[in-house]
Design a protein. Sequence first.
Length: 160
Amino acid sequence: MEEYDETAAHWGDGPLVEVTLPDGQTIRAVVTRRRRDHSGTWWYDYQLTLLGRVDTAHGPIQQPHVVELSAPHPIVRPIEGQDYTVLDPPPPEKRTRWRVDVTRDGHRLDCVAGAEGGSLATDADALRLLAQGPEVATTCAICRPDAVLRTLPPPPDDAF
């Protein structure tokens, strides 16, 4: 079996963390998300790259396989020097909750009808676009983003 080249290891995008295994060993993994549960405990989603056998026409080789897991602190611990601010969500006014498809229909992000193509939009972007009228953009009749958008305050003017 060919040896795996550690220099080619795929760490993924995101900061590294130290994960303690049940037997006390520690390993490094890439943390992709953090969130608090109802009790206030922080949980961390992380990706662990493991080697596995893959059979090819030229014989078996080792290839990395990414496994996604989640564990609470202190099982998952920070590593000094890593930047964990990338895990913080953007402020509410910069979060994208809407998709505008190629036909200029506005959809919620989880809408099946708007799942393909288009661009993401913030609340303010969606409100500005829909305020231009149905000749410019319309809302999806399935997911009805207008039901939420009409409850939001108008976006601030971008005038100087």
